[in-house]
Design a protein around this ligand. Structure first.
Ligand code: PMP
Length: 361
């Protein structure tokens, strides 16, 4: 048994991977591969429509919002958002590399106001009290709900005097979201939704300001809305995998159940990190992510880092090396991670501690 803790692309339910493989060979008994069928065929349109409907149901998306499946990675949305929404100034919360890159892209379109930043503290927490500092003349307020690299998360929908826009790439569909508070939500698929290659965008139609300047077609949300996510040839395979995964999620009990499981998994690991003498958590307690659990070796045991990676590898625990800018370890626990996976990691941490303290490794 292998447990894949990669931060993205990340593990998907086995049945989703198998059904994707099957569709690559023979899509719905048609004798053709999913990769070969016309994207405008009734069969693929049905895939797209069901995927949209499931996102609407699972996240309770109101009718005045559109659901798009676009490509270009989450980073493309860093540009699409200011292209479409920024006219004079936009407010951003700087909570990590991705948030910062989003700000950087926006800075080419107008004034970017940093509402708060935890950069000086190596992004180990989400700044407190930022909601009171959002300027009410800004065109929108943008935040990253889960900071994949640092393991911090804003697991609620903040109050904002201006339209709210969020990059939910690494915690979308892991909890209920009050969509009506947002003008736009976007997420790259390769964590909780599908394989890489598609972005989910949820946008309120009337939040888009009137088009008063040229927006390149592929960057214009209105063009994508009008074309029903088929402005260019859509990434059929990632969209199909998203559909399979959305069906799986629905059968499992939806986002409330995903939230419950995420809390359960995270508490097992954070409790162990707190108890274990070898490790300490990276993020401050009040900002800890339920998705990416980042920890490092306590200074006294720093030389044991590679030993621990080798130790867990022998137990089928894969990809827990932390991001290069943080070091240490990162256990990414997205929707598909079973509780047994985190229990296996917890056991490995305990056994490794025993060996180290007994001086045997
Ligand atoms: N935002 C967040 C929160 C991410 O975790 C990532 C990728 N890990 C990105 C944006 C960038 O995504 P992409 O590679 O799809 O552009």
């Amino acid at each position: 048994m292998k447990y894949n803790f990669n931060a993205g692309p990340s593990m998907l339910p086995r049945e989703v991977v198998e059904a994707t493989a099957q569709a690559c060979l023979d899509f719905n008994g048609s004798g053709l591969s999913l990769m070969e069928i016309p994207h405008r065929s009734p069969e693929f349109r049905a895939v797209l429509q069901e995927a949209r409907d499931l996102v609407r149901t699972l996240l309770d998306v109101p009718q005045d919002y559109e659901i798009l499946f676009l490509s270009g990675g989450a980073r493309m949305e860093f540009c699409r958002v200011p292209y479409n929404f920024l006219r004079r100034s936009a407010a951003y919360l700087d909570t990590g590399t991705w948030a910062f890159q989003a700000m950087h892209e926006a800075s080419h379109f107008g004034q970017v106001i940093t509402v708060a930043s935890s950069r000086q503290e190596h992004y180990t927490h989400i700044p407190k009290g930022f909601e009171q500092r959002i300027p009410d003349q800004a065109d929108y307020f943008h935040f990253t709900s889960n900071n994949t690299i640092y393991g911090t998360e804003l697991r609620y929908d903040p109050e904002s005097p201006v339209p709210l826009i969020s990059d939910m790439s690494s915690d979308i569909l892991s909890r209920p979201v009050e969509v009506s508070r947002y003008a736009c939500i976007y997420a790259g698929a390769q964590k909780n939704l599908s394989m890489a290659g598609v972005n989910l965008v949820i946008v309120r139609r009337d939040a888009l300001p009137p088009a008063d300047r040229y927006i390149p077609m592929m960057l214009d949300y209105r063009e994508h809305l009008a074309a029903g996510s088929m402005l260019n040839t859509p990434p059929v395979l990632p969209i199909y995998t998203a559909l399979l995964n959305l069906r799986w999620l629905y059968r499992q009990g939806g986002v409330e159940e995903m939230d419950r499981r995420a809390r359960e998994r995270a508490s097992v690991l954070y409790d162990e990190i707190g108890r274990n003498r070898l490790f300490r958590a990276v993020a401050r307690e009040d900002s800890r992510s339920l998705m990416n659990i980042c920890f490092v070796m306590d200074d006294e045991f720093a030389a044991r880092e590679q030993d621990f990676l080798d130790f867990v590898e022998q137990r089928g625990i894969r990809n827990i090396r932390g991001h290069r800018s943080v070091g240490g370890f990162r256990a990414s626990c997205y929707n598909a991670m079973p509780l047994e996976g985190v229990m296996a990691l917890q056991q490995a941490m305990r056994d490794f501690e025993k060996q180290v303290l007994a001086g045997r490794v």
